[in-house]
Design a protein around this ligand. Sequence first.
Ligand code: F6P
Length: 319
Amino acid sequence: MRNIAILTSGGDSPGMNMAIRAVVRSGFHYGFNVYGVYNGYKGLVKGEIKKMTRETVSRILNRGGTILGSARFEKFKELDYQKLAVKNLKEKNIEGLVVIGGDGTFRGALDLHNLGIKCICLPGTIDNDIPSTDYTIGFFTALNTAVDSIDKLRDTSFSHRRCSVVELMGRHCGDLTLYAGIAVGSEFIITPETGYDKKKTLAAVKDSYRRNKRHAVVVVTEHMVDVNQLAKDIESETGYETRATVLGHVQRGGTPSAFDRVLATEMAEYGVELLSRNIGGKVIGLRGLNMVDYDIEEALKMKKDISNKRYGLVGMLAQ
Ligand code: F6P
């Protein structure tokens, strides 16, 4: 294998640029030419592929987003589009492809792998919803952004003796909400893993009011509940004036944390080293302090462990 390529796909996450940089530079170290594919699988199908140089990846390590661009491209599930992608790669004699993204990105890579392209998948998403790794590239940066925002909300909430209901991203995974809930000392968390129990939520906030707390925070994963309605319910049932805040896409941006930069670098180098030994069809993960790899198919079948202990902390420490 002489030529490899890299693409970013799905929702961008902070640290993707660091991963791109590390794929390019370790690619050079292992003797590859490295190509960048622009705009994810959509760009791959259109043939948006350019050779990368040291210069194309310099001064990007502290930038959020992805310099290659990203896209959600449902049509890539269709064989005709996958074949077009393979044709575009083969035209440039590209035999290996590193993809950075979430499980949808990995499914695309599995399809390409089955069509003969050696694919390596790096988990890059703020949701931390990839079971084959303890942490994904971008999760801790998004968490810091969320915590920083909620700390600011607490300042105003405290001044007015209010409750803040804060909606976080995460899609079907409560990790961002859970970790943020612990970090800001929230009264209650609502995640896909806990489900929504209106009675329990109101009781927890009411309890804080009775104990004369000047502020309360309820963190909620997106899609779980209408946060404006919940704010109204809290206000009418507990005594706290309440405001709802949806943090939204701000969680996806910003300078990647040091942890995410190191994680992205180590995962990228690990993946490129596998390609240098002609090994593809793998998802890279972090287990404890170690880099690991799994077959893509195996990784896609895994289920995420729920940390009951960690969930228990929120209620216990709110008292
Ligand atoms: O997967 C990352 C993520 O930010 C999710 O948390 C969220 O549900 C989704 O992407 C939003 O997608 P979009 O940016 O396409 O609206």
